[in-house]
Design a protein around this ligand. Structure first.
Ligand SMILES: [Zn+2]
Length: 297
C-alpha cells in the first residue's frame, strides 16, 4: 500500500469522494476523485490527474486554466491586492535589510512590494514567461529552489512561499530545499488554504467540489501544516490563522451555492464581518493559514 510521502504512515481515511474543481468556479472533473487524509500527520492528498505537476507549472496551461494568461500584467491585476493580506498577517519589519527569497513567486507581486526595504529580493518561479519578466525588472530568478541553492545555500534570511505548498507533488522535499536555502536562525513563511474551512461543514455538497481542485494536491489544517514544517526541520513554529472572505461570502455560499469573494451585504456591517472573521480565526475554522518557523542556529 502507498505510504504518506510526508510521514511514511500507511493508514489513511477518505475525507471526500466526488467531482473536483478544474480551474475556475463552475468547471468540474469528469470523473469523481478521492481525497485521503493521513491518519498520522493529518495531511490530505488528492491523486494527480495530470502526471508531473512541475511540467504543468512550467507551461502556460495552468495560468490559462485560472484565466490569468501568461502576461505579467494579468498576474499583477489578480495578485497585487493579495500582498496586502500577507503584510497584514506577517507585518513588514522582518523584511527590512534582509535577503528574501519568494518561492513560487509568479510574476513577482510580493517581490515588487518588498524590494524597496529588503537587502536582496530573489525569485524562484518555474514558469519561464514570468521569469523573463522578473529578470527584465532586475531580479535574480531561478526556476527551482535546487537552482537557487547553488548560489544561495544557507544565505537567505527569510524564505516566503504563499499559496504554493498545496500545488507541490512532494511538499516535504520542497520544504527541505527551502530549509537548505535559509541560513541558520533564518525564517520561513508558508501559507495555504485551511482544510478545515467552515464552509466544508456547512454546505459540503456544494462547497467540497469547489474547494478540492485539480491544481491542489495537498490540503492542510493547522496541525498538518505544523507537522510538515517540523518534519522538514523547522522549529519555533507559529500558526497564524487568517480568514480572507467576509460574512457576505459565507451567506452567498449558503444561499446561492456560489462564491461572492470580498463583496459585502448591505445589511451586514463591517463590524459584523470583523467579529465573524476573528471568531473563525480563533477556532481555526478560517479559510487560510500562515505558518512562520525558524531554522535552528
Ligand atoms: Zn502522513
Amino acid at each position: 500500500m502507498a505510504k504518506c510521502t510526508i510521514c511514511g504512515s500507511d493508514v489513511f481515511e477518505t475525507v471526500y469522494e466526488g467531482h473536483i474543481r478544474i480551474g475556475k468556479f463552475g468547471n468540474f472533473s469528469e470523473k469523481p476523485l478521492k481525497v485521503s487524509r493521513c491518519c498520522n500527520c493529518m495531511a490530505q492528498s488528492l491523486p494527480s490527474i495530470i502526471g508531473d505537476h512541475a511540467t504543468f507549472y512550467e507551461s502556460e496551461e495552468y495560468r490559462r486554466e485560472v484565466d490569468e494568461g501568461s502576461d505579467a500584467t494579468n498576474y499583477f491585476r489578480q495578485h497585487d491586492g493579495e500582498q496586502m493580506k500577507h503584510f497584514a498577517v506577517v507585518g513588514t519589519s522582518m523584511f527590512r535589510d534582509r535577503v528574501v527569497a519568494d518561492i513560487g513567486c509568479g510574476a513577482g507581486s510580493f517581490l515588487d512590494y518588498i524590494r524597496g526595504t529588503c537587502k536582496t529580493a530573489i525569485g524562484v518561479e518555474p514558469a519561464l514567461h514570468y521569469r523573463k519578466s522578473l529578470v527584465e525588472r532586475g531580479y535574480t530568478a531561478y526556476p527551482y529552489t535546487s537552482d537557487a541553492l547553488r548560489e544561495h545555500q544557507n544565505m537567505v534570511d527569510i524564505a516566503v512561499s504563499f499559496s504554493v505548498i498545496e500545488h507541490i507533488q512532494y511538499p516535504l522535499e520542497f520544504l527541505r530545499e527551502i530549509y537548505a536555502l535559509v541560513k541558520p536562525g533564518g525564517k520561513v513563511v508558508v501559507s495555504t488554504p485551511n482544510a478545515e474551512d467552515i464552509l466544508l461543514d456547512f454546505i459540503p455538497e456544494a462547497y467540497a467540489p469547489f474547494f478540492y481542485r485539480k491544481a491542489h494536491l495537498w490540503y492542510f489544517n493547522a496541525q498538518a501544516l505544523e507537522n510538515l514544517l517540523r518534519t522538514a526541520g523547522f522549529q519555533e513554529l507559529r500558526i497564524l490563522p487568517f480568514h480572507r472572505f467576509g460574512f457576505g461570502n459565507f451567506i452567498t455560499w449558503v444561499r446561492d451555492k456560489r462564491p461572492a469573494g470580498d463583496s459585502h451585504f448591505d445589511s451586514i456591517s463591517r463590524t459584523m464581518d470583523a467579529v465573524w472573521k476573528s471568531e473563525l480565526e480563533r477556532t481555526l475554522r478560517c479559510d487560510y493559514l500562515y505558518a512562520i518557523a525558524e531554522k535552528g542556529k
